[in-house]
Design a protein around this ligand. Sequence first.
Ligand code: GLU
Length: 297
Amino acid sequence: MTVYRGRFAPSPTGPLHAGSLTAALASWLDARAHQGQWLVRIEDVDVPRCVPGADTLILKQLADCGLHSDAPVVWQSHRDAHYALALSQLLAQSWVYGCQCSRKAIESQWLAQGVLRERHQAWIYPGTCRHLHLTTESHGGGLAWRFRVEPGSVAWQDRWLGPQQQDVAAEVGDFVLKRADGLWAYQLAVVVDDGLQGITDVVRGQDLADNTPRQMLLQRALGLPLPRYAHLPLVCNAQGEKLSKQQGAQALDTQDPLKCLNAAALHLGLAPQNGTVSDALLAWTRLIHSSHAKLKT
Ligand code: GLU
């Protein structure tokens, strides 16, 4: 039997909405259809963006919908030591270097060269500090730590999107693992935790697909196994924009959990169910398990 361990990893920046429940349900169903485990991890490393109490609320919303973690829930804010160890391993192998560039400085460098940025597009890091060998001692703290990206394409077979690839050096550049303000970056935390928790399958929204190549580079550098990935279509509002807390998506009212689950299931191409929440979850699991639905490949 193949070992399967999936996860749902919400950032507690607000309660679940229809989009995040869909991601949770998809990863739960995929895990169940593979007779695997499903874990919940609260991704609260970006402290300023976290909303107090949102973690408790998210866990309650999941529980109302019958989605329970198969292992104790993990909070990233309690896992500093694991991230520090990974960073020191990468530093020792010269995968990482200190960087003193502010966002403004990176922007000015590109603008000085006449390069304009597309809307919502992040600036590619031009490698300014790559060869400066800055250290906390020489610099007196306040450095960000960046991962050195070698040129070349990173490819993976996405279970939903099919063959994918990205040239991280050209499209992103060396990326931050620890910010100058001391906060861990999502890329490092997610890779360390997926590795330590033995995650074999990541099922999440398509908005995260372009993070995958960065995460694969980190997994390789840290000697971690590479999970399989499935990036699902996003739930959009009437204007065609992705539902997000930033766009003011409505918090999910789980007073009627079956209604919430039926709406989420519909986004995944699954027919609505009657009966109890557990009946519905079981029916969808069976359907995915037996129908060679895309999620299962
Ligand atoms: N914490 C991320 C988010 O809520 C998801 C991370 C992931 O699934 O890799 O957007």
